[in-house]
Design a protein around this ligand. Sequence first.
Ligand code: NCD
Length: 299
Amino acid sequence: MHHVLTADQFSRADLDRIMQRSTEMETIIKQGGSKICDGKILGALFYEPSTRTRLSFETAMLRLGGNVISESDVTFSSQSKGEVIEDTIRIVGGYSDVIAIRTKVKGEAKIAAHYSPVPVLNGGDGSGEHPTQSLLDLYTIVKHHKIGEEKLNVAFVGDLKYGRTVHSLAKILRNYDGVSLQFVAPEVIQMPDEYLNQGDAIHNTLSDEILQTADVIYDTRMQKERFEDIEQFNNVKNAFIFTRDMVSKMKPDATLMHPLPRVNEIMQRVDAMPQARYFEQALNGVPVRMSLIAEALEI
Ligand code: NCD
């Protein structure tokens, strides 16, 4: 089955195919959508807050002519009665043809896939991974940079310990030649060892040199809900705040990304700057998720 569970599962050939198909899906959106998923149902099970991921999955299925059933408030779900994910997924998998799921627990998407009669697309498993996000992140990078052909200097900034989007994207980017990765975070929220490779650069502060030399800066939110110690969160919550002054030090053709939602880590006054591409990035979720749904359904 075509599950999407971790960024590890993608080869370079897979990534090339998904990028190509996502470009085609963008054209389909502009032409008013398609009917290739007519009669198919996406089950969206979201047990953590979500705006972009759930709604772009749902939009993707609707643009393909399919339908959606959705559960997005755990208090109204049988999960709140103590139902285990194995049972929920068996049932919802019986109602639908493909499932997008977001869970609170790292590794739970894999468990869900094990019990699911239909393909499972991981929309974020706790502090683990967010592989579909990393594909739309890659799509955004591919649109603006010659990744794999020219050197690409990518700096990840923010909560790299609990931020699942950076875990998946770092894995994805390792499929391309010429990409160098830098991780910028206070020690307590640095990138976990399991996602690091030899040759990665680790920094605790965001220097002018990093701003001036990065081709892509991928900023992230401090994941307040995942900190065990609120004091620790308070100590780091304002560690990086992108101002216009800082972004103006970036190369004119560099890209500032963020998976959103942002809290205070990028000032709104940055939004109009040419490097700011996070809203475009979020919109790219629709064509990329259209291609993932089509692949899952073997269409
Ligand atoms: C992210 C997530 O849920 O991991 N959001 C998203 O899916 N676009 C990032 C975050 O919550 O900070």
